[in-house]
Design a protein around this ligand. Structure first.
Ligand SMILES: [Zn+2]
Length: 169
């Protein structure tokens, strides 16, 4: 499918190439992820690619998240200190799947440590699972939210995992 992707001049060429390469893979994996996402949700994910010009811009200075996106909008902002063209595919895939789910209009609670299980059940996070599992990998975060007993311990554990998506939206 034809994708309309737009890039701010400040997105480095290597990252731009990587993002262009990974979007089609992410779209294919999400639209076939019937185990985790309802058809209506997969359809609205597809609709973002069909109907919008997806813009990629840098995360403004002073923000720490890996990425953020406008809910129901068309722009995602990427932390260039934390994501690059050298990042593993799975990191890029999780980021794109999660942020495009925001562009499709889906949200999660902002402060995930307040209710991690609820955060884990949100569409953007389920989309991360889809691209990880169908990519042949195991979900490194599987069960981690549900088993949480101590907030501090939980946060330490999850934030030390490479590829954990700390989303600002
Ligand atoms: Zn998010």
């Amino acid at each position: 499918m034809l994708m309309n992707l737009e890039f701010d001049d400040k997105i480095p060429a290597g990252l731009k190439a990587k993002i262009k390469e990974r979007h089609p893979v992410v779209l294919e994996r999400i639209t076939s992820c019937s185990d985790h996402l309802d058809e209506a949700i997969r359809e609205s994910f597809l609709g973002v690619y069909r109907d919008k010009i997806i813009r990629h811009a840098p995360l403004p200075p002073g923000k720490n998240a890996v990425a953020e996106a406008d809910i129901g909008g068309r722009e995602m902002r990427i932390n260039l200190k934390r994501v690059s063209g050298e990042s593993p595919d799975v990191v890029i895939d999780r980021m794109l799947a999660h942020e495009v789910m925001h562009l499709a209009g889906y949200r999660h609670i902002k402060q995930r440590w307040k209710d991690p299980a609820r955060y884990a059940r949100s569409e953007p996070v389920k989309a991360e699972t889809c691209v990880t599992i169908s990519g042949g990998g195991q979900d490194p975060f599987k069960g981690i939210f549900e088993k949480m007993d101590d907030i501090g311990k939980f946060m330490k554990k999850i934030e030390s995992k490479p590829g954990f998506l700390d989303c600002g939206s």
